[in-house]
Design a protein around this ligand. Structure first.
Ligand code: AMP
Length: 283
């Protein structure tokens, strides 16, 4: 049975009771409007932890002034159904004032070049907001493990770095990208797409596949691969590239030659909707 909590205190007392019984705890942070991608994270958590907490919180500090905070899709009743079915035990659904009390002024920020690459170029405060809210969720829930999707590969790398730098005693588990049957990566923002945009959005996964094929065929030059991926995307008039990049999997800094563990990542506007996708090169 899924239990719901809106306050930090409720989470703390429930988790404390679990830990007293010697149970392990997994955390799945989300912004809600849950789909099969989120569900896969919850299932991975259920498979390796005794108790699973999911958070559903549209975090205001990770949205820029002209972004979609106000219109971000929300459906908490449906989220609870998805969580319950996936075996989640507790959902944390706080008000912004619970997470950001009056006078809030302390942030967690990665000061390297890492959060300025890729999505950081158009979203300069995004990863500061992500690190701050995830660090708070870690302190509130105190999980043994936390589960994140590789769909947000830069976020995953930045969180792993934060855990290392701040000596947090939490195992970060990265989970594979879940896609629609036609290849589009599942995203809460896919709901913004109209029918023709939904079709055009396939260029992201097509570019991913092309990049993977070129590497499998032995191509080693990142610029050549990126140019071909861009060509695929640009063949669709309503697709506008934000970035398509080849970077080190840990630092997010550009690479010229295909290297094991590296990341090919992209953000593309389809109409007004900004979508991301990526793939990692096998180690
Ligand atoms: P969000 O609610 O979009 O902030 O995402 C919450 C978590 O779900 C993040 O760790 C995401 O990387 C992960 N996630 C979102 N979409 C997918 C997907 N298609 N496949 C796997 N994980 C995903």
């Amino acid at each position: 049975m899924l239990q719901t909590a809106t306050t930090i205190q409720e989470i703390r007392s429930t988790v404390r009771a679990w830990k007293q019984q010697g149970l392990t705890v997994g955390l799945v942070p989300t912004m809600g409007y849950l789909h099969a991608g989120h569900e896969s994270l919850v299932k991975a958590a259920v498979a390796s932890c005794d108790r699973v907490v999911a958070s559903v919180f549209v975090n205001p500090t990770q949205f820029g002034p002209n972004e979609d905070l106000a219109t971000y899709p929300r459906d908490f009743a449906h989220d609870c159904q998805v969580l319950e079915k996936a075996g989640c035990h507790l959902v944390f659904h706080p008000e912004p004032s619970e997470m950001y009390p009056e006078g809030f002024c302390t942030y967690v920020e990665n000061l390297s070049a890492m959060p300025q690459q890729l999505c950081g170029k158009t979203r300069p405060i995004h990863f500061r907001g992500v690190c701050t809210v995830v660090c708070k969720l870690f302190n509130i829930v105190q999980p043994d493990k936390a589960f994140f999707g590789q769909k947000d590969a830069q976020q995953l790398a930045i969180i792993k770095r934060m855990v290392k730098d701040l000596s947090l005693d939490i195992e970060i588990v990265g989970c594979p990208i879940v896609r629609e049957s036609d290849g589009l990566a599942k995203s809460s923002r896919n709901v913004y797409l109209n029918q023709s945009e939904r079709q055009a959005a396939l260029v992201l996964s097509q570019a991913v596949r092309l990049g993977q094929e070129l590497i499998a065929a032995g191509e080693k030059d990142c610029a050549t691969i990126l140019a071909k991926m861009c060509q695929v995307i640009e063949s669709t008039p309503i697709a506008r590239i934000d970035y398509v990049a080849a970077v080190d999997g840990q630092t997010m800094l550009p690479l010229e030659t295909v290297t094991p563990g590296m990341l090919f990542a992209m953000a593309v506007y389809i109409g007004k909707t900004r979508l991301i996708d990526n793939f990692s090169v096998a180690n």
